[in-house]
Design a protein around this ligand. Structure first.
Ligand SMILES: [Zn+2]
Ligand SMILES: [Zn+2]
Length: 265
């Protein structure tokens, strides 16, 4: 059996938002204090293929939600030497406003999405204000348009997308949330996205309050651990510590991108 393809793996930061710890956990047995969120897109790159994971929100969405964009995700990718207009595969972990959008910067891409996420974002649960809140109708209808253009590849549960790269639906935070397992030079890394916003969610089992199903979310933590080579191989979706623990690919990318395929500090 041939060994799996090895990818370079990057997190690209495109935004940030001030919050307090009390807003970030369901159970309030925590020390309150500032606990900002960072916003990322991720990239898995082999010699022959580039996968972009999530596309981020655009300026208009950021303004509507009072969230600052530091740089357009396309500019972040471009700083890494990736031309978004040439990318052919984009994995969407889930359809929350901060993970999908910016369709126009990926004119050649097909979008990889879980069946259940599309059903969730367009079905009966969206009649509930609280569950609808993290979705943006422009992004959801934007994805429906991609479906009608034949540009969405749907997945159901676990799927090997390529040698060394697989998708795994965990649900929980959003009904069809998927995580991405990537083979790198340091072993199998899991891009957890919002299966764990912060390291602290995995460490404490105290979830982020925005959740569809708490049981599935906690089982999702187990799935992350099962798929990653160690706890150090799980990358949370919004933790500013990611930018501190991992090195920039080069000095000019300091504060813009980090390498996840090397061991964290
Ligand atoms: Zn989310
Ligand atoms: Zn998110």
């Amino acid at each position: 059996m041939s060994s799996p393809t090895t990818y370079e793996l990057f997190a690209v930061k495109y935004g940030t938002h001030e919050r307090r710890a009390a807003e970030n956990f369901i159970f309030q047995d925590i020390h309150d204090g500032p606990m900002p969120l960072d916003y990322f897109v991720w990239v898995a790159k082999s010699p022959d293929k580039t996968y972009v994971i999530d596309t981020g929100f655009d300026e208009a969405t950021g303004r509507r939600r009072d969230r600052a964009i530091i740089r357009n995700p396309a500019a972040g990718l471009s700083a890494l030497g990736i031309d978004a207009t040439a990318v052919e595969d984009v994995i969407i972990t889930h359809l929350h406003y901060d993970h999908v959008g910016n369709f126009e910067i990926f004119p050649r891409a097909r979008f990889h999405l879980q069946d259940r996420e599309m059903a969730y974002a367009t079905g009966r649960y969206m009649c509930h204000d609280r569950l609808r809140l993290p979705f943006d109708i422009e992004n959801v209808t934007g994805m429906v348009r991609q479906v009608y253009q034949g540009r969405v590849e749907f997945h159901d549960g676990d799927e090997v997308l390529d040698s060394g790269l697989s998708l795994h639906r965990v649900g929980g935070h959003s009904h069809g949330l998927q995580i991405v397992r990537v083979h790198t030079q340091r072993g199998w890394v899991v891009v957890a996205s919002d299966a764990s916003h912060f390291y602290a969610h995995l460490e404490t089992g105290n979830p982020f309050p925005l959740v569809f199903n708490v049981g599935d979310l906690l089982e999702g933590h187990r799935t992350c651990r099962r798929l990653a080579d160690s706890e150090q191989h799980i990358v949370p979706g919004h933790d500013p510590l990611v930018m501190q623990r991992y090195p920039a690919p080069s000095s000019d990318l300091e504060g813009i991108a980090v390498r996840l395929d090397v061991a964290p500090r």
